[in-house]
Ligand binder design. Structure first.
Ligand code: 6PG
Length: 479
């Protein structure tokens, strides 16, 4: 046995991760793929990596030093289960199986429980950064046991991206914690992308600037507080010219956004946990709306405002959009961290939110300057109830809110959809409100279903005899 780590599944992500591992001092990497040709191809194209090829699971196990550690990089779902089953057959107690795919965290919890019965460790690890990240340094979010972290920690640290001298990997928590955090990362990614798309749309419709000119705006924004990977690549996408038509590429791409499910999982999970991730939800729904051409077709003639958007001072408008984007982004992250906090409480994970923000500073898709501010906020107040109430964000929101309100009302007035901007603002105002109309909802619930209510002025649970003399009685709490 010569290898200290193995990779199963040699499609792009798997082979890039294997190459990354092999390039770091001290690692020897065993590789296995279901079809032999992928393994042969990887060995032929990267002889420098010194891979140890294995053409069966038995060979794979034999090539790994104990405790064995292997990272599975195959499609989420059944293919993952099949590889786990095969590895469990050839591995021994104390060995470690890592699922590096985008698995649903409840699947990870189930798998961890089943694999643990055999004495083998199972680790669900979220890996972000796409193909390039896998090769050059991703952000890694591993769950699983403390025992597995002893072996895995140094290996994962050796390949992770580095932010301000610190590797972008930390032991998130037990069983499904890593995949849970990766799921929320993707939800935030959806929100970030939707907010950027709304900003682009408003600028384009409001100022008539070309995509290439708007690329310059984003490139400029990338030098300030919005500095992030997604803003940077937005400029690149907007600048791209289509070779066959000579038009901006963004004008010839079909306007129907795809989704592989992680955004929807984030929202579904948030609904179950009762966490209002409204910005992430709107971003997910905006993709769904875009992907129903038949509904959009029959809706094209629906009445809209007589006037479109006319902007007098383009620079001032663009600055308003920038501030609206920044404020909405703060909301999206605040909601995402709220979901992680609620998930940790529900599933009994000890998740260090500051550490999560730190490992997102490099390597992953949502990497941004801004994550340093989140890390600062949790450093200062580890049990912060609402991230956006941290002093830095309060200042930023105070600076942005006027522009944010102008943009949301301008968009509504001009008939331009800005679902993530406007839902984020509503969330913000909902949190701020001294009294919410939830009191009326409680009254309605009590009226039709005797669901009871609480009072602001005394303890207890009450019901009004709506169909009787409308006097109030003390009641059993039925929520
Ligand atoms: C990452 C990405 C990655 C993947 C998304 C795309 O962190 O590296 O999030 O996991 O690109 O899952 O998701 P959609 O196809 O749903 O947009």
């Amino acid at each position: 046995a010569t290898a200290n780590i193995g990779v199963v599944g040699l499609a792009v992500m798997g082979s890039n991760l294997a190459r990354n591992l092999a390039s770091r001092e001290g690692n020897t990497v065993a590789v296995h793929n279901r079809s032999r040709s992928k393994t042969d191809e990887l060995l032929a194209t990267h002889p420098e990596a010194g891979f140890v090829p294995a053409f069966s699971y038995e060979e794979f196990a034999a090539s790994l030093q104990k405790p064995r550690a292997a990272i599975i990089m195959v499609k989420a779902g059944r293919p993952t289960d099949a590889v786990i089953d095969a590895l469990v057959e050839v591995f021994e107690p104390g060995d470690i199986i890592v699922d590096g795919g985008n698995a649903l965290f409840t699947d990870t919890i189930r798998r961890e429980k089943a694999v643990r019965e055999t004495g083998i460790n199972f680790v669900g690890a979220g890996i972000s950064g796409g193909e390039e990240g896998a090769l050059l340094g991703p952000s890694i979010m591993p769950g699983g046991s403390d025992e597995s972290w002893v072996t895995l920690g140094p290996i994962l640290k050796s390949i992770a991206a580095v932010a301000e001298g610190e590797p972008c990997v930390t032991h998130i928590g037990h069983d499904g914690a890593g995949h849970f955090v990766k799921m929320v990362h993707n939800g935030i990614e959806y929100a970030d992308m939707q907010l950027i798309a709304e900003a682009y749309d408003l600028i384009r419709r409001g100022t008539g600037k070309t995509p290439a000119e708007i690329a310059d705006v984003f490139a400029e924004w990338n030098r300030g507080e919005l500095e992030s990977y997604l803003i940077e690549i937005t400029a690149e996408v907007l600048r791209q010219v289509d070779a066959s038509t000579g038009k901006p590429l963004v004008d010839v791409i079909l306007d129907q956004a795809g989704a592989k499910g992680t955004g929807a999982w984030t929202v579904q999970t948030a609904l179950s946990l009762g966490v209002p991730v409204s910005g992430i939800a709107e971003a997910t729904f905006a993709r769904s709306l875009s992907s129903h051409p038949e509904q959009r077709e029959v809706s094209r003639e629906l009445p809209g405002p007589a006037e479109g958007l006319t902007v007098e001072d383009a620079d001032a408008f663009i600055e308003d959009v920038r501030l609206a984007l920044y404020a909405s982004k703060i909301v999206a992250y605040s909601q995402g961290f709220d979901e992680i906090r609620a998930g940790a409480a529900e599933y009994d994970w000890q998740i260090d939110l500051g550490a999560v923000s730190k490992i997102w500073r490099a390597g992953c898709i949502i990497r941004a300057q801004f994550l340093n501010r989140i890390a600062d906020a949790y450093d200062e107040t580890p049990d912060l109830a609402v991230l956006l109430t941290a002093p830095y964000f309060v200042e930023a929101l105070g600076r942005a809110q006027g522009a944010w309100r102008r943009i949301v009302s301008t968009a509504a007035g001009a008939g331009i959809p800005a679902p993530a901007f406007s839902s984020s603002l509503s969330y913000y105002d909902g949190l701020r409100a001294e009294r919410l109309p939830a009191a009326l909802i409680q009254g309605q619930r009590d009226f039709f279903g005797a669901h009871t209510y609480k009072r602001i002025d005394k303890e207890g649970t009450f019901h009004t005899l709506w169909s009787g003399d409308r006097s109030e009685i003390e009641a059993e709490d039925t929520h």
